[in-house]
Design a binder for this molecule. Structure first.
Ligand SMILES: Cc1cc2nc3c(=O)[nH]c(=O)nc-3n(C[C@H](O)[C@H](O)[C@H](O)COP(=O)(O)O)c2cc1C
Length: 161
C-alpha cells in the first residue's frame, strides 16, 4: 500500500541539514543515543537548543526519564556513526567512544561540536515531542560537516571568502 505521507516526506527531505547524534543517561546508567537532524539553536541568553523526538522511537522512554541530553554534531567522516545510531537495536553508547562533561549524558569522540544540556521543557507537538535544552557545556573544532539532503549524505568542504 502506498504511503499517503510520501509527497510530504519528499518535500521535507528537500531541506538540507547537518547530522547530530543525541544521547541521554537513563536511570539504569546505560546511555543511549539516536541520529537526529531536527536539532537547532534557539537562544543565546539563556543558551537554549531544541530537537524533536518521534513518539514511536524505541528509546523514547529513556529520554522521558532523563534530566539531560547531549548533542554531538557529526563530522564528514562519521557517516557510519550516523547510520548506526539510526538503526533499530543499535542505540547503546560505549565509554570507549564517548566522554561526559556536566550532565553525564555522553558526547561522541570525533564530533565537530558538542552541546551538553539540561532538559528545561518538553512540548508535545503532534507525533513528536520538542525537547528544549539549556546548554551547560559546549565545544567545537574546525572541520568538514556531515550533511543530509534528499535522504543522502553529502560531505561538506569549508568555503572561505
Ligand atoms: C539523518 C537522520 C536524521 C534523523 N532525525 C531524527 C529526528 O530528528 N528525530 C527522531 O526522532 N528521529 C530521527 N531519525 C530517526 C532515528 O534516528 C531512528 O528512527 C531511530 O534511531 C530508530 O530507532 P528505533 O527503530 O529503535 O525506534 C533520523 C534518522 C536519520 C538517518
Amino acid at each position: 500500500m502506498s504511503d499517503p505521507y510520501q509527497p510530504l516526506k519528499n518535500a521535507f527531505a528537500r531541506y538540507t541539514t547537518g547530522v547530530t547524534v543525541v544521547s541521554c543517561l537513563p536511570k539504569d546508567g546505560k546511555p543511549v543515543a539516536l541520529t537526529v537532524n531536527s536539532f537547532t539553536s534557539v537562544s543565546l541568553e539563556p543558551t537554549l537548543v531544541l530537537w524533536c523526538l518521534d513518539n514511536h522511537t524505541s528509546i523514547k522512554p529513556s529520554f522521558d526519564e532523563s534530566a539531560s541530553y547531549a548533542v554531538s554534531v557529526l563530522a564528514s567522516d562519521q557517516q557510519a556513526v550516523s547510520n548506526r545510531f539510526a538503526t533499530p537495536g543499535r542505540h547503546d553508547v560505549t565509554p570507549a567512544e564517548s566522554e561526559t562533561f556536566a550532565t553525564g549524558s555522553p558526547l561522541l569522540k570525533g564530533r565537530l561540536a558538542g552541546f551538553d544540556c539540561e532538559i528545561v521543557a518538553r512540548h508535545q507537538a503532534g507525533d513528536h515531542v520538542v525537547l528544549i535544552g539549556q546548554v551547560k557545556h559546549f565545544d567545537s573544532r574546525d572541520g568538514a560537516p556531515l550533511i543530509y539532503s534528499g535522504r543522502t549524505y553529502l560531505t561538506g568542504t569549508l568555503i572561505s571568502d
